[in-house]
Design a protein around this ligand. Structure first.
Ligand code: PSU
Ligand code: MN
Length: 302
């Protein structure tokens, strides 16, 4: 495969209000058909905010920046799609496979297309029991090497939150609270973890991004956007369900890349679908904010 061939489908979106969307949440993070509905709704939210959505994935060994509606629907039902993180990209391309991209892999491919903003639900992090398993998502490392700004609803409480924050701190990754000074925890709006950095508008976020770029910091940032109030779940209820899911995981001897999808799947069942409803609401909320940021970023170029 020549380099030219490899990169031939990658557009240059530097002058566009482009927002990237990942696909592992589509294939491994939610059940069908809610996954497809959610993916399409996120694209719509970005458009509503004035941005342009580009859902990213790998189809039959080809990098796709901006999947079509048909491709999203097909990928959402494809049980053979592999979960592609940084380490899996060359393998997936070499074998001609179809894969969904994690936050880390989506950041890498988004950078190739000069996209600067990326919306998702939750990122990977340091897992609970890290002392034993050494399980730290490749997502975290990616923020210190790839200059993409990711909007999420905070790390999911399946993770070890304090260690996830310490890791980002060590790597020099800004964690910016959007209209909040404490870390939102995915299903819940607030937490005991205070943030050093906050922003009150999409414009402020865009300005911070631009300053970092102009200084040549060459790194990503994490914008944390609390779940809408009426979808916020009780932290005690969720924590109990997470404990149950973690116990099931131990019994089933789950390791490596299966850990996150396994926990996400179990939680949907254990909460009777409640977690799924919240998950969809928060991703859409993040997609909308990311559209606003992409629009402000382009304004700053004028
Ligand atoms: N956390 C969530 N929902 C998700 C994921 C994480 O709350 O869908 C997905 C994202 O695609 C993320 C990936 O990049 O899981 C992380 O997997 P791992 O922990 O294996 O790196
Ligand atoms: Mn892992």
């Amino acid at each position: 495969m020549t380099k030219e061939n490899l990169l031939k489908n990658i557009p240059d979106l530097r002058d566009r209000k482009a927002v990237a969307l990942e696909t592992t949440v589509l294939t491994h993070g939610m059940p069908y058909p809610q996954n497809v509905e959610c993916a399409l709704a996120c694209e719509e939210e970005i458009r509503k905010a004035g941005g342009e959505p580009y859902t990213i994935g790998i189809i039959n060994g080809e990098i796709k920046i901006g999947l079509t509606r048909e491709e999203i629907i097909a990928l959402g039902q494809n049980h053979d799609a592999i979960k592609v993180s940084r380490k899996d990209i060359p393998y997936c391309l070499m074998k001609g496979l179809t894969g969904s991209t994690t936050v880390a892999a989506t950041m890498i491919l988004a950078e190739l297309a000069h996209i600067r903003v990326f919306a998702t639900g939750g990122i990977g992090g340091v897992h609970r029991g890290f002392e034993e398993t050494m399980d730290v998502s490749a997502d975290l490392e990616e923020f210190s090497r790839t200059p993409i700004n990711v909007i999420c609803a905070g790390p999911k409480a399946i993770l070890d939150i304090p260690r996830t924050l310490e890791y980002l701190e060590t790597k020099g990754v800004p964690v910016i609270g959007y209209r909040t000074d404490c870390l939102p925890l995915f299903y819940t709006r607030t937490s005991e973890y205070k943030l050093d950095l906050t922003a009150s508008s999409a414009k402020e976020i865009a300005e911070m991004i631009k300053i970092g770029e102009d200084l040549g910091l060459h790194q990503g940032s994490l914008i944390v956007n609390p779940i809408p109030e009426n979808y916020s779940l009780d932290p005690k209820f969720m924590d109990q369900k997470i404990q149950e899911a973690l116990k099931m995981m131990q019994k089933d001897h789950i390791h490596g890349k299966q850990v996150t999808p396994y926990l996400l799947d179990k939680l949907v069942g254990l909460t009777g679908g409640k977690s799924l409803e919240s998950n969809i609401a928060l991703i859409k909320n993040n997609a909308y904010l990311s559209g606003l940021i992409a629009k402000e970023l382009l304004e700053l170029e004028k």
